[in-house]
Design a protein around this ligand. Structure first.
Ligand SMILES: Cc1cc2nc3c(=O)[nH]c(=O)nc-3n(C[C@H](O)[C@H](O)[C@H](O)COP(=O)(O)OP(=O)(O)OC[C@H]3O[C@@H](n4cnc5c(N)ncnc54)[C@H](O)[C@@H]3O)c2cc1C
Length: 426
């Protein structure tokens, strides 16, 4: 199949459609080189697979990731509701290695030397690179919640904002809570990972309470002035589906937590004591981004060139996913990280073969939120390179939100999850 290079790259940035085309990889020309990727989550794992495929196996790709398996944050709120378990969210890294020839090093990256182009790992190994991709996700700003700034406190007052052990532990706290208790969820001021995620979580916990502990309450303590995503849809669900269970309070900016009494303290409002207190702390790019020197915005996020996702500050280092300073209207989502990864993968394959990257990338995003165990709502958007403004901008009139929650959208949501897990790791 013959396809002009420009057309190929255009498709490449667009999405999964390009996957199915045999022979596309041979469009990569004479690309070769070494790419190291820090983080095997939504951004990093996708970039690894696509660089291998689109370079026809010529570019050597190493992923550094401490976790033995990929555990998805998307759909993890269903574990709190009790309709799914952690196994449902867990996908092996084996295919990346056996089918795609990605080298996976189970380690943590501790430092980057951009001059020597070397990544240092916790075990002392040094990995040289031509291009480095950082997709480390988020770290928490614990200094903004002083009472939680130690490991003991963090084991008691959970975030469950990185799926895994904390997700299971929070479910246990909910199970142990007596009927008539209060589950309080503190949401940080935006930007944070997954704008609709906390509101979906409130729905899932309410779904559980409605069935198992109907006298209990879900109290949402939002640092923002209003629900930050799909507001009318969530509010309708709380008023109809979870009437008498969910209470929403805006402008509750958390200042501290008293761990012993599970009490949350706020800038303006009175303190709130809960039976289960779940704090999603404010966030910034994962620590390795700071040590690599690519954090440029508010000491929190990394500005990138959206044509390549290369750092605006440090050459040959690309940043993907939640760690970046987002463009207008762009959520910090797994779907978006997957799209960043594809634009970046195509650009690196081009650059390592001496060619120019696609000058007009288009990215898409859809975030589903499960309202019950079966019903869902969505928000979607399309983001296109704007030549004059030199950034990605939402395409007016594209995308939108659901009219109402439905079971059909619930099926789409599960299909979205299984598709993106396959796209990333199969
Ligand atoms: C409850 C919840 C629900 C969500 N629901 C959705 C949804 O429905 N749809 C959606 O699109 N998004 C959703 N998200 C958001 C999504 O999870 C994130 O946007 C996505 O994971 C970002 O991808 P990433 O690659 O930036 O980070 P991650 O996927 O978190 O990957 C980062 C990886 O880097 C590794 N790492 C970090 N530092 C190092 C280091 N120094 N060395 C080696 N490895 C390192 C970590 O171990 C991790 O595996 C949800 C998030 C949450 C919390």
């Amino acid at each position: 199949m013959k396809m002009r290079r420009r057309e190929f790259l255009k498709m490449a940035s667009g999405g999964a459609a390009v996957l199915a085309l045999p022979g596309c990889a041979s469009m990569a020309g004479s690309s070769s080189g070494k790419v190291v990727i820090v983080g095997g989550g939504y951004g990093g794992a996708t970039a690894a697979k696509y660089i291998r495929m689109w370079s026809d196996g010529r570019i050597d790709v190493t992923v550094v990731e401490p976790n033995a398996e990929f555990i998805s944050c998307p759909m993890s709120n269903l574990v709190l509701g009790g309709s799914k378990n952690l196994e449902f969210l867990t996908v092996s890294y084996a295919n990346l290695a056996t089918r795609h020839g990605v080298k996976i090093v189970r380690e943590t990256a501790t430092a980057v030397d951009p001059d020597k182009r070397i990544v240092k790992l916790a075990n002392g190994t040094e990995l040289p690179y031509d291009r480095l991709i950082l997709s480390p996700g988020i770290d928490f700003l614990w200094d903004k919640v002083p009472g939680l700034n130690n490991a003991d406190a963090q084991a008691k007052i959970l975030h469950a904002w990185k799926a895994g052990a904390q997700t299971v532990a929070l479910r246990r706290q909910l199970e142990a809570m007596p009927d008539g208790g209060v589950y309080a969820l503190s949401i940080p001021v935006a930007p944070y990972r997954c704008p609709p995620g906390p509101y979906e979580r409130a729905c899932q916990v309410a779904w559980y309470f409605k069935r198992a502990k109907p006298k209990s309450k879900v109290l949402i303590l939002d640092g923002n002035g209003d629900v930050t995503s799909k507001g009318p849809l969530f509010k309708k669900a709380w008023a109809d589906e979870y009437k008498g269970i969910v209470e929403y309070r805006a402008n509750y900016v958390l200042t501290d937590v008293d761990v012993a009494t599970r009490t949350a303290k706020f800038e303006v409002h009175d303190a709130v004591k809960a039976d289960v207190l779940n704090v999603v702390p404010p966030q910034r790019a994962g620590a390795i981004a700071r040590s690599a020197g690519v954090v440029t915005a508010n000491d929190r996020w990394c500005d990138v060139d959206f044509l390549t996702f290369e750092s605006v500050r440090v050459k040959n280092i690309h940043v993907l996913g939640d760690a970046i300073q987002i463009a207008t209207g762009m959520p910090k989502s797994g779907h978006m990280a997957n799209q960043h990864a594809k634009v970046c993968a195509a650009a690196i394959v081009a650059l390592l073969s001496g060619q120019a990257p696609n000058p007009a990338p288009v990215l898409t995003n859809t975030c589903y939120s499960m309202i019950t165990d079966k019903d869902s709502v969505h928000v979607s958007s399309v983001h296109q390179w704007d030549k004059e403004k030199k950034t990605l901008l939402p395409v007016q009139g594209a995308g939108g939100v659901s009219a109402a929650m439905s079971e059909v959208e619930g099926r789409y949501a599960f299909a979205w999850a299984t598709n993106i897990w396959a796209d990333t790791l199969a």
